[in-house]
Design a protein around this ligand. Structure first.
Ligand SMILES: *Cc1c(COP(=O)(O)O)cnc(C)c1O
Length: 349
């Protein structure tokens, strides 16, 4: 038996990709980021659906992820690796025709020596201090890199979800300065950057979270729906407590439903005594602590016994649930466990 029922609406995913694609000029390519198993939604299904919709370039974090996506999309689409050419990844990069976004002189050297002539991109650090070559490093190898025709020169914004943050413009200026005279296609924006302004779009945008219905794409169609089966309900007398640590106590006679799913299924423990589940349109508070495999919900006010309650639904999206847990939609999505039964909506062409 599975814990929850996870429905992934591939039509909504494709709609989101199309809406984001329409926000950029026709000359700007809209790629798709499918790392971390397609943000928890299933990289293969997601990549196939987006390929069908017209996506031609995919991004993943690691070579293993790239290999999985290659098998799903066939030989033609580009699959780019954010982690670049890591030690030990050469065979996979070659066999699966992956394109590493080289992050350092060491990676550049490794790539040119191990796979001369094989495609590569360049990742620049314009102010995030995370991945990519800094200005001085780039300056030293720029000519060598450019004469071998990189497929993409990219960087990543640290604060794109805060449109007024001064780091956005600073990174834009740095990116422009570092790519002056570069003929290769350029890319700076993920989901957040698409909404900043067309100045941030360059030749290719790389949305991830927006495809899956997350902020800062506020008008996104929800992609993920999660309902959790009720295993048992019990009636509590005044004074009885619920769950580990006895953190919730019945102040009136109460009916408590026990649902199959817990923190091992991606429901953060921070939701303890602090989340809402839904029986159709009726909210029901999560009470007591989130356990590994179970949560408990106050259903005293329902007039019927629920078979299941929704935790991701039209009343509560990934960002709403994230807010209750003190995290972000990205973490909710990528934590959705492997124990849920997954069902995919059909893609209409
Ligand atoms: C994850 C990632 C993206 C996608 O970001 P979203 O905010 O999910 O759209 C794009 N570029 C890089 C370098 C990333 O690491």
């Amino acid at each position: 038996m599975s814990t929850g029922k996870l429905k992934i609406d591939l039509n909504a995913l494709v709609d989101n990709w199309r809406v984001l694609d329409a926000l950029t000029e026709a000359s700007v390519e809209t790629a798709a980021v499918v790392k971390a198993n397609g943000y928890g939604c299933g990289a293969e299904r997601v990549a196939k659906a987006l390929l069908h919709a017209g996506a031609r370039t995919f991004f993943v974090a690691t070579a293993n992820e790239g290999a999985q996506v290659r098998q799903a999309v066939g030989p033609n689409p580009k699959i780019n690796l954010f982690s670049g050419h890591m030690a030990g990844a050469t065979d996979m990069i070659h066999d699966m025709q992956l394109t590493p976004m080289l992050n350092s002189v060491a990676q550049l050297t490794r790539h040119f020596e191990a796979l001369p002539g094989a495609p590569f991109g360049i990742q620049l650090d314009t102010g995030m201090s995370r991945l990519g070559m800094e200005a001085a490093e780039w300056h030293a190898v720029r000519d060598i890199a450019l004469e071998r025709s990189p497929t993409l020169v990219m960087s990543h914004l640290a604060c794109a979800d805060e449109p007024n943050h001064s780091a956005n413009d600073a990174q834009l200026q740095n990116f422009r300065a570092m790519t002056e005279g570069v003929q290769a296609p350029l890319s700076l924006s993920a989901t957040g950057g698409i909404f900043l302004s067309s100045e941030y779009h360059f030749d290719l945008v790389r949305p991830g979270i927006g495809l899956y219905g997350g902020a800062p794409f506020d008008a996104a169609s929800p992609v993920v729906h999660l309902s959790l089966p009720v295993i048992q309900t019990r009636d509590l007398d005044v004074g009885e407590t619920v769950g580990y640590g006895c953190t919730w106590q019945a102040e009136v006679p109460s009916r408590i439903a026990t649902l199959s799913s817990g923190y091992a299924d991606g429901l953060p423990r921070a939701l303890s005594n602090n989340a809402t589940l839904w029986f159709g349109d009726i909210p029901c508070p999560l009470v007591g602590r989130v356990s590994m495999d179970l949560i408990t919900v106050d259903v005293t006010h329902l007039t019927e016994h629920p078979d299941q309650l929704d935790i991701l639904c039209r009343h509560q999206g990934v960002d709403d649930l994230a807010l209750s847990a003190g995290t972000i939609g990205y973490e909710i999505l990528t934590s959705l466990g492997s124990r849920h039964a997954r069902r995919y909506g059909e893609v209409l062409s």
